[in-house]
Write a protein that binds this ligand. Sequence first.
Ligand code: UD1
Length: 417
Amino acid sequence: MSSYLIRGGRALQGEAVCQGSKNSSLPILAACILCEGAVELDNIPEITDVDATVKILSWLGCRITREGTHMTVDASDVTTGEIPDELMREMRSSVIFLGAVLARTGRALISAPGGCEIGLRPIDLHLNAIGKMGAKVENSAGVIECTAPEGLKGAVITLSFPSVGATENVMIAAVLAEGETVIRNAAREPEISDLADFLNAMGARVSGAGESTVRIEGVKQLHAAAHTVIPDRIAGATLLAAGAVTGGNICVRGLIPAHLEPVIDVFEQAGNEISIRSDAVVLRGPKRLKSVKTVRTMPYPGFPTDIQPPVTAMLCVSRGTSVVIETIFESRYKYVGELVRFGAKIRVDGRMAVVEGAQRLYAANTLTPDLRGGAALVLAALAAEGESRVDEIRHIDRGYEDFSKTLSALGADVRRI
Ligand code: UD1
C-alpha cells in the first residue's frame, strides 16, 4: 500500500504545467479500435487508468508503443470483441470499449461494470442506444453480449440524461454505422468535442459536438491520424484549489481557461484573485478564504462533479458557511468522513453538504475512498498544521500524474512512501 506523508502549512508558490485529460484519453484510446492503421497520440497522461486501458487494447490485439505522454496504437489486427472480466474490473470506464469493439468486430462481450465508490453507475443509456442502432443486446448474470453481424445502423437517440459515457459510446459506435445517427440531449463536456476532433481527424463525419445535438454521418472506414489530447481541466482545477487552500500564489499553465469558467467563478467568490492568460490561470489566495453561495454540480457547462471534493476541501478553511449540492452521483461524499478527521466541520444530508469554515485544520491519518475524494484529502493535509498521512493513494494514481512531484515543485512538503 502506498501513502503520502504531508507536512501542511506551506503556501504553494510557482508554476505547474497541467497534464493531459484523463477523461479525453480513455474514450480516444478506445476509439483507436475503429481504425485499421497506426494512430499517433500526444499528451496522454501517465496514470493508472491509462495503464488499464492499454492492457485492454493489448489484449484485443493492438500494437502499442508508449514513450512518456506519446503513444502509437495500431489496431490493424483486432478481431475479437471479448474483454475478460478481470480487465473490465480494473477500470469502470472500460464500458467505453463497448461501441468500439462492436462497431469493429460485430460483437462485444463484456462484464457489467456494476457499482463503484461514487455510486451505482448504471449503463442502461449505453445499452438502449446501442439497441436502437440495431444491435441485439443480451444482459444476464453480469455479462453483456451485443451483436450486430450486419453492422450498426444510424438512429435518432434521445438521452434522458446527458451522460458523458453514453454520448461517447454512441459517437464511437456510429462512426462506421450505415447512415446518420443523431444524439439529442448529448453531453456537452469539452472531452466530447475532443473525441469528435479525433474521430474527424481519422476521417469520421461528426458535427455538433459540444452542443446538445450531435450528428454522425457513417463512413466506410477510417484512416491513420495524429491527435493531441486536451489539458485535464479537473487536474488543473485541483492544483488551483491546492493554491487556494494554502493561501498560495500559483500559475497553472497548459490549460484551456474557458473549460474552467464555472470553477473560476467559485474560486473568485471565495476571495481568490484570478487572472487568466491565453493558456494559463494564475491564482492568488487570500489570507482567509470566504464562504461561497451554493455550489451545485451540473452537467457541463455547469460546475463539474469531479471538482466538488477538492472545492469542498477548500471551503473547510473559509470564513462562514457554504452549501454544496451534488446532483450527478449519489455517493460522492464518502471522503467527508475523512475530512472531518482534520477538524473540518461538515454535515451531509443526502445530496447536500453544509460546510462551516474552520479557522484551521489539524494533521490526521486518513484513507482515500476514491480518486477525487483522495485529492480533497491531500488538499486538507496541505492546509493542516503538522504531518498528515493519506493512505491507499492508488485511487489518486488513477487520475493524477505524479501528484506528489507536481505539488513538491510548488513548494509542498509531500513524500510518497
Ligand atoms: C464521466 C467521467 C467522470 C465524470 C462524469 C460526469 C470519464 C471517464 N468519466 O463519467 O469523471 O464525473 O462523466 O461528468 O469520462 N447514468 C445512468 N445511466 C447510464 C449512464 C449514466 O443513469 O447509462 C447516470 C449516472 O449514474 C450518473 C449520471 O448519469 O448519475 C452521469 O453519468 P455519466 O455522465 O455517464 O458519467 P460517466 O460517463 O460514467
